[in-house]
Design a binder for this molecule. Structure first.
Ligand code: FES
Length: 107
């Protein structure tokens, strides 16, 4: 299974195997990765799943939708060039090894 690396605000790293088709918010909450809340369950209404994607992988992601773009303007931590909602990042084999930094705070 492809793997994701979550980088915590203190620099520690957590790795998790993620099934194809699962989003990185659900993968984080399912693996008890702290810092990704996912209050809305992935329907883009909470912005508590904010991550900053490693530039190496950013171009491999589908473009930000209008709704995601709007929600990224309401994140608790400042938006950065690599900011994405992890509920909108769906794992596939090409993303194996993707690194995402967990934004802090989320609320
Ligand atoms: S889980 Fe709510 S916006 Fe991603």
């Amino acid at each position: 299974m492809p793997r994701v690396i979550y980088i915590h605000p203190n620099g520690e790293r957590s790795e998790a195997e993620v099934a194809d088709g699962q989003n990185l918010m659900l993968a984080a909450t399912g693996h008890d990765i702290e810092g990704i809340v996912g209050d809305c369950g992935g329907v883009m209404s909470c912005a508590t799943c904010h991550v900053i994607v490693d530039p190496q992988f950013l171009e491999q992601l589908p473009p930000v939708s209008d709704t995601e773009n709007q929600m990224l303007d309401y994140t608790a931590a400042p938006r950065e060039p690599g900011s994405r909602l992890s509920c909108q990042i769906v794992m596939n084999a090409a993303l194996d090894g993707i690194a995402v930094r967990i934004a802090d705070p989320q609320l």
